[in-house]
Design a protein around this ligand. Structure first.
Ligand SMILES: Cc1ncc(COP(=O)(O)O)c(C=O)c1O
Length: 440
């Protein structure tokens, strides 16, 4: 569509930028399309060039437009939707890189498959499987999360995307953990949102860093309350209170909690969502029932869940009830027969063994909960390569970071406690070699 068909109008920088943003949102202005020159538009609208330049500057800052060849201002392309592949695992190395749960700790799908509904179902408005909703409701309620409004979505990322789409607009700012899960960071960028870093320590987001993001005008924050990927951070009671108090000064900020490892995290649930206006907690099951069961249960305020449900109905409609059945029965069985508890214990043993072994070599690392240990390094690629040569595939931290310093992520799900000293020894050797290499 030629630009002439979309009239840019306004009498102030704010009106102009909103008009252009509306054009982008409705598709009347397409990615790559050139906007009029500052002087040209100022002349046409009888405004000062300073006003137009200010509008363009604001749009540029928010990622709606970019400047090409110094002078031309064009509508930004959404970030390229590259397929981000899992870290490579060179042949002959042990996979401590891909972040997968240990298949041996996942429950069998056999009991659930044996009871799959066999009658052909009909299109229906009744899309939530009562057995799954009841399980999720009692888990949320026990954890202090308001479970009045629940939905079933296609996993953690699907839930996050749906909630973001329901509330945020192109160019909006969102507070994200740095380092954080690459899937979420990529999703935020793909939606044309501007990620604002929130620093972490073992107890979760650092309050001063959350406060800075809030002051920066974020519309939403996306946080992982426990088993944070990649650092293993989990919110302590004190930290939760501090974060809640900060957020109380920003009642309209949307809070999304990605609780992806709930029953295997090994620590109690905490939430910042209580009594907030706009919020969602998504409990996905892939990490503890298996990545083939890509399902999540989403709790949220009424407006959020209504919007998400309405939008879901326009697209995929619902999550297959066959899948919901597999999840509900597998979840109930694994909770009852101790499989989930056993997995939580095993991951804790593996993480603790690696952390202790690294500490013996004087190597600082974090991994309070979850499947991973995060080890700060001076430069990622040579350390990843050095470890690959010694037989260990680990992930470079780059994909997880915005401004956080370099590190490697070691996934412990495939690492027996008895192998931890060998991994730590080899990490120490590679780090030592780099040090002596640099000095020499
Ligand atoms: C923090 C976090 N959230 C969400 C996910 C993905 O969840 P799902 O597979 O249900 O989309 C992962 C997967 O690694 C993760 O680490």
């Amino acid at each position: 569509m030629p630009l002439e068909r979309y009239d840019i109008v306004g009498t102030s920088a704010d009106e102009l930028s909103r008009c252009i943003e509306d054009g982008v949102l409705t598709g009347a202005l397409r990615p790559g399309q050139a906007l009029p020159s500052v002087r040209g538009l100022a002349r046409d609208l009888d405004l000062s060039p300073t006003t137009v330049a200010k509008a363009y500057r604001e749009l540029r800052r928010r990622g709606v437009v970019v400047t090409e060849d110094r002078a031309r201002t064009v509508v930004a392309h959404r970030p390229e939707l590259r397929l981000r592949l899992a870290p490579t695992v060179p042949e002959g190395t042990v996979d401590l890189a891909t972040g997968n749960p240990d298949a041996r700790l996942l429950p069998s799908l056999a009991p659930a498959s044996r009871t799959l509904p066999t009658a052909p179902a009909r299109y229906t408005d009744d899309v939530l499987l009562p057995a799954l909703v009841e399980l999720a409701r009692s888990a949320f309620t026990a954890d202090g999360v308001d479970a009045d409004h629940l939905l079933v979505v296609g996993g953690g990322l699907d839930g996050i995307e749906r909630v973001l789409e329901a509330h945020l607009r192109l160019g909006d700012r969102i507070g994200v953990e740095d380092p954080g899960y690459p899937g979420s960071l990529d999703l935020v960028r793909a939606l044309g949102l501007e990620p604002i870093s929130i620093e972490l320590d073992d107890q979760g987001p650092v309050p001063a860093s959350l406060a800075a993001a809030l002051t920066h005008g974020v519309e939403a924050v996306l946080l992982v309350p426990r088993a944070q990927n990649p650092t293993g951070a989990a919110w302590s009671a004190e930290r939760t209170t501090a974060l809640r108090e900060l957020l109380a000064h920003h009642p309209d900020v949307l809070v999304i909690e990605d609780d992806h490892a709930a029953p295997i995290a090994g620590v109690p649930a905490r939430t910042l969502t209580t009594a907030r206006a706009r919020w969602a907690v998504i409990r996905s099951v892939a990490k503890w029932l298996g990545p083939q069961l890509r399902v999540g249960v989403l709790a949220g305020d009424e407006a959020t869940t209504t919007r998400v449900l309405a939008r879901q109905r326009l697209g995929t409609g619902w999550v297959s009830q066959v899948l919901q059945h597999l999840v509900a029965v597998t979840w109930a069985t694994a909770a009852e027969d101790g499989t989930l508890q056993a997995a939580a214990t095993a991951y804790t043993e593996r993480r603790s063994a690696l952390l202790a072994a690294l500490a013996e070599h004087g190597i600082p690392a974090s991994g309070r909960t979850g499947l991973n240990v995060w080890v700060p390094v001076d430069e990622e690629v040579p350390v990843v390569q050095g470890l690959a040569e010694l037989g260990w595939a680990v992930a470079a931290g780059e994909a997880f970071r915005l401004t956080a310093p370099p590190a490697i992520r070691i996934t412990v799900s495939g690492l027996s406690p008895t192998s931890a000293p060998r991994v730590a020894r080899d990490v120490a050797q590679v780090l030592e070699q780099r040090l002596t290499g640099r000095q020499g």
